[in-house]
Design a protein around this ligand. Structure first.
Ligand code: ATP
Ligand code: MG
Length: 194
């Protein structure tokens, strides 16, 4: 499960759990992006702080793991480099699924070395009930070479986004129940996003 996680929230966690459940995944590895290439023009919180928050959010789930490959790697973070590094760690027999939100799938053709990436892993793309499902299905069907490698899953009740959480925090509004309590505590303690 890749993302900027700026900060991590229940949308990410519910999606990861739903994917693990439906596809019977042995583990879900959360990989905070070091420098997201698609957010070049945007100010992003320090990678290790985002990593720490994601770690706090995931540590109570025995199926969730953390990886620092992207925060440790210099330069922009590309999924293909990460999946190759996982391939060398987990071996040729391992089966990989890249878990994302539907918004990412719509942009996937712009990802670096997308053919190689699709050959290395399948994609699980989460969408909200009733939200653009038909549009999404059509879009995926158009990516002919890849459509068999992309699985769409419906995930309930997820209007939560990091952008909205950052705005609330900047305005001093409550973010309770949008993200795990230990993450909220650390954000308040460190004063990030004020
Ligand atoms: P931002 O608002 O800063 O873009 P975000 O909430 O979209 O943040 P990201 O870190 O950009 O979070 O997302 C990481 C991955 O999780 C992406 O693939 C994204 O599509 C997915 N995702 C984000 N929010 C949700 C959600 N509420 N439900 C399901 N998937 C989500
Ligand atoms: Mg996003």
């Amino acid at each position: 499960m890749g993302g900027t996680f700026d900060p991590v929230h229940f949308g990410h966690l519910v999606t990861a759990e739903a994917a693990a459940d439906l596809f019977d995944l042995s583990v879900v590895v959360f990989v905070p992006s070091g420098r997201p290439p698609h957010k070049r023009s945007q100010l992003v919180t320090d990678p290790w702080e985002r990593y720490r928050l994601t770690e706090l959010a995931t540590c109570s789930n025995p199926r969730f793991r953390m990886s620092d490959v992207e925060v440790s790697r210099p330069g922009y973070s590309y999924a293909i480099d990460t999946v190759r590094s996982f391939r060398s760690d987990y071996g040729e027999q391992a089966e990989f699924f890249f878990i994302t939100g539907a918004d990412a799938i719509l942009e996937i053709m712009t990802w670096r070395q997308i053919d190689q990436l699709m050959a290395e892993c399948r994609f699980i793309a989460a969408y909200r009930p009733g939200y653009g499902r038909d549009h999404l299905r059509e879009a995926v069907a158009c990516m002919e070479a890849f459509s068999g490698r992309i699985h769409l899953i419906e995930v309930p009740a997820l209007a939560i986004s990091s952008t909205d959480i950052r705005q609330r925090l900047a305005q001093g509004r409550s973010v309770k129940y949008l993200l795990p309590e230990p993450v909220v505590h650390r954000i308040i303690e460190t004063g990030s996003y004020r």
